[in-house]
Design a protein around this ligand. Structure first.
Ligand code: PEP
Ligand code: MG
Length: 571
């Protein structure tokens, strides 16, 4: 009997194959305490296991750039002193055995990362799980099952796949995968995108519903997995696969093209990144620049506020990698749910409306100046721009500008180079910034709309609350009117507006956003070629007419239907 299941689209595409059910050996961690004289040997075992896994990872360096970059990121996590110090302390102080110390450390790290209401950062939890598992295998002498020698045409179904599992897949054999757990921005999903493997994640308990061997279709364009499809379905999908192959070939040729509309407007199609490894993936995907570098990751991975010099090296490397393409770096956006192990945030009833982002930075000026100084110094090496998040009054931006001026003066005195025309812009992600856009634009070189927060605050709908998830929509007319207003204000002042919220990566919205006048789209690297393709087949004039009709609608569902019907006919 044919069965259909829905999942989150992690990597687009369609495939037909036979299911391979991937299960993992259950790991039992013994919790008996060790003797004091075993402490040294026990910690030595952990160190050797970590080193052995680092050696394995170094073999991945010769593979695709994405896999090499992810291997590098995992190596950095393994070498992070906080990781090894925590394990060491559990062994030496609490007399825990090596396996237990490792298991607890990983669980604590995963727990911290999973609580963050930021898809990107939350997904980094799976990287910790992955390294924990691989080191545990080493400790226990278990040979990890690998996916490199499956039968041709396999669709892998698993509870969860780690980036290492996915990296090991042999593309000739595996045609797609689906997992119970996982998110769209995990490294597993990113690898699937670079390997061009159709993948679905977050499927609930799909691994419990299959036996293995069933003929199946994975359609991650529509987000469905069909088990035991009918003959007609197989025929239909074979045709779709052929069409899809042509489309992907075309997109590949587009990735390095300039995105210019049919009526001649150049659109920047940029990427959001959290670290250098993401940047390399973005460059591979043909980004026109970086529209959002989320620097909080640098802070969250450190055991103290990162120094000016450390940050300078990171920003300099990123700037240099991009050449003359823009690197827009967001100043520290910490607080809310994003905590730091080494900083005591005040207890607040509504931390999202509390002591966070620019509010905290302007309060801890000396810490903030380290970041600004690193940024100003790095601006000498390319096209770096500074972006200030979560502003509600022009005075906040003016204060940042004053600090930057002070820094520039000091650098002048010391003969240190920087870009004298360094642009400073703001993220428009609060209703106050929208309503005050005409005042902000006097002091901002550009706007970038953060729809993730702007939608949450415009609609008073918590972006992470499942109970009201149906109310959270970027297509709400109020959000669209806010976007239009911000873009118009910037254009009247001869400046530009980009978007770095997830709405920019929603290809259903590309024509609408072009019609609203957006100048830059910054989001998922995986979407760059597709967005360029739509831009190159659209006219801003035609889309402006369409956008005006949309702006006149009253309800979110009306907008969604209108946009979807329009795309069906015009995309
Ligand atoms: C946003 O709010 O749209 C945004 C890009 O910032 P973050 O998701 O990091 O809050
Ligand atoms: Mg935000």
């Amino acid at each position: 009997m044919t069965e259909r299941y829905e999942g989150l689209k992690a990597s687009s595409g369609i495939a037909i194959g036979n299911i391979y059910l991937f299960t993992r050996e259950e790991i039992v961690v013994d919790n008996t305490k060790i003797e004091e004289n075993a402490v040294e040997t026990e910690f030595q075992r952990v160190k050797e296991s970590i080193q052995s896994y680092i050696d394995d990872l170094s073999k991945l360096m010769g593979q695709s750039e994405t896999q090499a970059n992810i291997a590098l990121a995992h190596t950095e996590l393994l070498q992070d002193p906080y990781f090894t110090d925590t394990i060491e302390s559990k062994i030496t102080k609490d007399l825990k055995n090596a396996e237990l110390a490792l298991d607890e450390t990983i669980k604590e790290m995963v727990e911290t990362m999973s609580q963050i209401d930021d898809d990107y950062l939350r997904e980094r939890a799976s990287d910790y799980k992955d390294i924990g598992l691989q080191v545990m295998y080493k400790l226990k002498g278990i040979k990890a099952k690998d996916l490199s020698n499956l039968d041709e045409g396999s669709i892998v179904i698993a509870e969860e796949l780690t980036p290492s599992d996915t990296s090991n897949m042999n593309k000739k054999a595996v045609v797609g995968f689906a997992t119970d757990l996982g998110g769209k921005t995990s490294h597993t999903s990113i690898i699937a995108q670079t390997l061009d493997l159709p993948a679905l994640v977050g499927m609930g308990d799909i691994s419990k519903k299959v036996k293995g061997g069933e003929v199946s279709i994975i359609d991650s364009n529509e987000g469905i997995l069909i088990i035991n499809p009918t003959d007609e379905e197989i025929e239909t999908y074979k045709k779709l696969i052929a069409e899809e192959k042509d489309r992907k070939e075309r997109l590949k040729t587009l990735k390095d093209s300039k995105a210019i509309t049919t009526d001649g407007k150049k659109i920047e199609v940029s990427a959001n990144i959290g670290n250098i490894e993401d940047l390399k993936i973005a460059i591979e995907n043909g980004c026109d620049g970086v529209g959002l570098f989320r620097t909080e990751f640098l802070y969250m991975q450190s055991s103290d506020f990162p120094t000016e010099d450390y940050q300078f090296e990171v920003y300099k490397e990123a700037t240099e990698l991009l050449g003359d393409k823009p690197l827009i770096v967001r100043t520290l956006d910490i607080g809310g749910d994003k905590g730091l192990d080494y900083f005591d945030f005040p207890k607040e009833d509504n931390p999202f409306l509390g002591y966070r982002a620019i509010r905290l930075c302007l309060d801890k000026v000396s810490m903030f100046k380290d970041q600004l100084r690193a940024l100003v110094r790095a601006s000498a090496y390319g096209n770096l721009k500074i972006m200030v998040p979560f502003v509600i009054s022009p005075s906040e931006l003016k204060k940042v500008r004053e600090l930057v001026e002070e820094i520039k003066k000091d650098l002048d005195d010391k003969g240190i180079a920087y870009n004298k025309d360094l642009d400073i812009g703001i993220m428009v992600e609060t209703p106050a910034a929208v309503l005050m856009a005409d005042k902000f634009i006097k002091y901002a070189d550009f706007f970038s709309i953060g729809t993730n927060d702007l939608t949450q605050y415009t609609l008073s709908v918590d972006r992470g609350n499942d109970n009201i998830a149906n109310l959270y929509s970027n297509y709400n007319p109020a959000v669209l009117r806010a976007i239009k207003h911000v873009i118009d204000v910037s254009h009247e002042a001869g400046k530009w507006t980009g978007m770095c919220g997830a709405f920019a990566s929603d290809t259903e919205a590309t024509k609408l956003l072009l019609g609203l006048g957006l100048d830059e789209f910054s989001g998922s690297s995986a979407k760059i070629a597709e967005i360029k393709d739509i831009v190159m087949r659209s006219s801003t004039e035609v889309e402006a007419e369409f956008a005006n009709k949309v702006l006149d609608l009253e309800e979110t569902d009306e907008v969604e239907k209108y946009v979807s019907d329009y795309n069906e006919q015009n995309l």
